[in-house]
Design a protein around this ligand. Structure first.
Ligand SMILES: Nc1ncnc2c1ncn2[C@@H]1O[C@H](COP(=O)(O)OP(=O)(O)OP(=O)(O)O)[C@@H](O)[C@H]1O
Length: 285
């Protein structure tokens, strides 16, 4: 913590007011704006199609025997084979401020792909995604640096979300407390269990109010107590009129946290409605 305090006080000396700040790259805080009223559209997904291109993959017709294998090897001397995986097929919906939307569906139905597309990480093959505000994707693989300590990752993660040094300092203890990693905050993240890493990622991401927060299975790795705390956080974010998308295989988490559920099946929306109705239909299928 001493090292961190030193680092923060050093950066703090270069905060606004100091003319040198003009050339620094540390993110500027957004001017305070009143939160948008609940019910205002935040995300519009319009006839979205996402197609992955996989290079070097054999088509079904080419698989299966030695002759085909030889043919494939010979063909690789020329242009590599390319296959397309049509992961999202014409998905449309509108999300609003204050919504917490659960995305459910079997393995491979396109849940993570949809979140990544809303986050702007995958270009639409067709259709479009419009967002009001900055979407932030929090996945279990969210990029924190394994070789750095929890402490440094908190600072970097907060900066990456656009927080000022003063805001990082104010939130630091809360992030450590919320994550429950205790003294491990001084250790490199490579020494953390997957649950500890996921808790720290959630604690960092939720230290800030997001316009659109996308959570991919992040709650699945926490223990019971952490799940309870994180559900409360999500509720608080909704109350501040942000929009939360949550992908989870644990349907209890979805039911307790979300006010709307979208059921994806083979890249298409099979059902979109209130959690009770959609989950009941999903469980019957
Ligand atoms: N990087 C990729 N390259 C090629 N195909 C991919 C890639 N990522 C996902 N896919 C394919 O896209 C489809 C949707 O995958 P996606 O990971 O979005 O599903 P999911 O519903 O999140 O699955 P899970 O519940 O197993 O996490 C699957 O057919 C998958 O094989």
């Amino acid at each position: 913590m001493a090292e961190l305090t030193k680092e923060l006080s050093h950066v703090k000396a270069e905060e606004p007011g100091d003319p040198k700040q003009e050339v620094k790259t540390s993110p500027k805080p957004k001017p305070a704006q009143p939160p948008a009223p609940a019910g205002t559209p935040t995300v519009v997904v319009d006839d979205l199609h996402i197609v992955y291109r996989v290079y070097g993959a054999a088509s079904d017709a080419e698989k299966g025997n030695a002759a085909n294998a030889l043919l494939r090897m010979l063909r690789r001397q020329g242009r590599p084979q390319m296959r397309e995986v049509h992961a999202i097929k014409g998905v449309s919906f509108v999300a609003h401020h204050g919504d917490a939307i659960g995305i459910i569906g079997r393995n491979g139905s396109g849940k993570s792909t949809l979140l990544r597309a809303i986050a702007g990480l995958l270009p639409p093959h067709q259709g479009a995604v419009y967002t009001d505000g900055q979407p932030s994707l929090l996945g279990v693989n969210a990029a924190l640096m394994r070789e750095l300590t929890g402490e440094r990752n908190i600072v970097l993660g907060c900066y990456a979300m656009g927080m000022t040094p003063a805001q990082v300092k104010a939130k630091y203890d809360d992030i450590v407390d919320f994550s429950g990693i205790g003294e491990f905050v001084q250790f490199p993240m490579s020494t953390y269990s997957s649950g500890m890493g996921a808790r720290l990622r959630f604690a960092i991401a939720s230290a800030k109010t997001h316009d659109v927060l996308l959570i991919d299975e992040a709650l699945a790795t926490g223990d019971r107590e952490f799940k309870r705390k994180s559900q409360e956080r999500i509720k608080a974010m909704r109350a501040q009129a942000g929009t939360v998308f949550l992908v989870a295989h644990n349907l209890d988490v979805i039911e307790e946290t979300c006010n709307r559920v979208i059921w994806l099946h083979k890249g298409k929306i099979k059902m979109d409605g209130d959690p009770q109705t959609v989950l009941a239909a999903y469980n019957r299928a």
